[in-house]
Design a protein around this ligand. Structure first.
Ligand SMILES: *Cc1c(COP(=O)(O)O)cnc(C)c1O
Length: 396
């Protein structure tokens, strides 16, 4: 049997390659940071990690992780409700609830799992899910696992959301679902207006804070802080894999009864292993650090402002970012790939995106800023952008 199947796979893989969509990995031989070393010994500045607060190699987190193994061991070998809950899982859940000003929190192995396990236990065929067109793949998959009626509105388009809400009056319960920050343009969901519409049309509100938590809001606490929507959002999902240390882990945080129901019925929680002590201890330390000082968030904000302003001065077309994602618009797909490759030759890692990841004719370079970037890193990246931009005729 495998012969035929092998041929089928080989043909598919060849067509992925021919379309220029084949994904390759870069082998890093150092810790994740602003400056990384590759397997061949060369160095690069990293502007494509989700390491927003620069915590991926933070000494306090490494030490917390190392130390806890002496008393709490390595693995849990169980799911949470059988014998996989330690005191520290509860402590981390409380720390996350405090951070987001919510009532309770449930941990998952990832935010992919949090989104995969949030809809099906709460909603049924009588209900409606109203989802932003640019929501993350894990939300789309989570929605697919649920029998609720689906509505889709254009990205952050409040008129279109209102249209969906009117139609969804036919269902019993309605929930509006949005990413907090959209990963391609770096725009923030207009949470205040979403909450207004939710109240007007009697809907619940869910936001995925993966790219927004730690980043947006006065002190980086996410979209509820940014739009002063505390108490108006019913469910937040998020990841420990981006701003909050960058290891693994996800969570759903929000209203007490919602979280309680997820503990009873959410399948990735019931049928998948508990987070190990080293991850939980470092995450507890992360939230402790963030409660002590806003310094990392301030540094990130300063870096975003500095980078964006210099790039605009240099003549680049930058999407009006509200987050740590900065889209340098090139519009042309092959140009975006050539640009990213030349940046890599200059020792700067950025990602070129084009259709189907972004709309046709909207190809771009995505730059992700971090609190770990020093001024000299930013200057070096900007200088490389200017050099490559001139070579390729993008700027004068
Ligand atoms: C990264 C991301 C996820 C997935 O998070 P993991 O913890 O890595 O599974 C989910 N939603 C959004 C919006 C993301 O950006």
């Amino acid at each position: 049997m495998y012969g035929e199947f092998q041929k089928y796979l080989s043909d598919e893989l060849a067509s992925i390659e021919a379309a220029g969509l084949y994904k390759r990995e870069r082998n890093i031989a150092s810790a994740q940071s602003a400056e990384i070393t590759l397997e061949d010994g060369s160095k690069a500045l990293n502007f494509c990690a989700n390491n927003y607060l620069g915590l991926a190699d933070n000494p306090r987190l490494i030490e917390a992780s190392r130390k806890i193994m002496d008393t709490r061991g390595y693995g849990m070998s169980s799911v949470r409700f059988i014998c996989g809950t330690q005191d520290m899982h509860k402590k981390l859940e409380r720390a996350i609830s405090e951070y987001f000003h919510t009532e309770d929190t449930i941990l998952y192995a990832s935010c992919f799992d949090a989104n995969g396990g949030v809809f099906e236990p709460l909603l049924s065929a009588e209900d409606a899910i109203i989802s932003d067109a640019l929501n993350h793949a894990s939300i789309i998959d989570g929605v697919r696992l649920c029998k609720a009626v689906r509505y889709r509105y254009a990205n952050a388009d409040m008129e279109d959301l209102e249209r969906c809400l009117k139609e969804a009056q036919a269902q019993r319960f309605r929930i509006i679902v949005t990413d907090g920050v959209f990963s391609m343009d770096g725009n923030v969901a207009p949470m205040d207006r979403i909450c207004d519409l939710a109240e007007k049309y009697n809907a619940l509100v869910m936001v995925d804070e993966s790219h927004s938590a730690g980043v947006v809001g006065r002190s980086g606490h996410g979209v509820a802080e940014q739009y002063d929507c505390y108490g108006r959002i019913d469910i937040h999902t998020g990841t420990l894999g981006k701003a909050f240390g960058g290891a693994v882990g996800g969570f759903t945080t929000g209203r007490k009864e919602i979280i309680d129901m997820l503990r009873q019925r959410s399948r990735p929680y019931l049928f998948s292993n508990s987070l190990p002590p080293m991850i939980v201890a470092a995450a507890i330390e992360t939230f402790k650090m963030l409660s002590e000082s806003d310094e990392l968030h301030t540094r990130l904000q300063n870096n975003v402002d500095y980078f964006r302003d210099r790039m605009i001065e240099a003549g680049f077309d930058i999407k009006p970012t509200q987050s740590a994602i900065c889209a340098v618009m090139l519009y042309d797909a092959p140009l975006s790939q050539k640009f990213a490759a030349k940046m890599a030759e200059e020792g700067i890692f950025v990602t070129g995106f084009y259709y189907p990841v972004v709309p046709k004719g909207q190809a771009r370079i995505r730059v992700q800023l971090s609190a770990a970037h020093k001024r000299e890193h930013l200057d070096k990246a900007i200088a490389a952008f200017v050099k490559v931009g001139k070579e390729l005729g993008v700027i004068k």
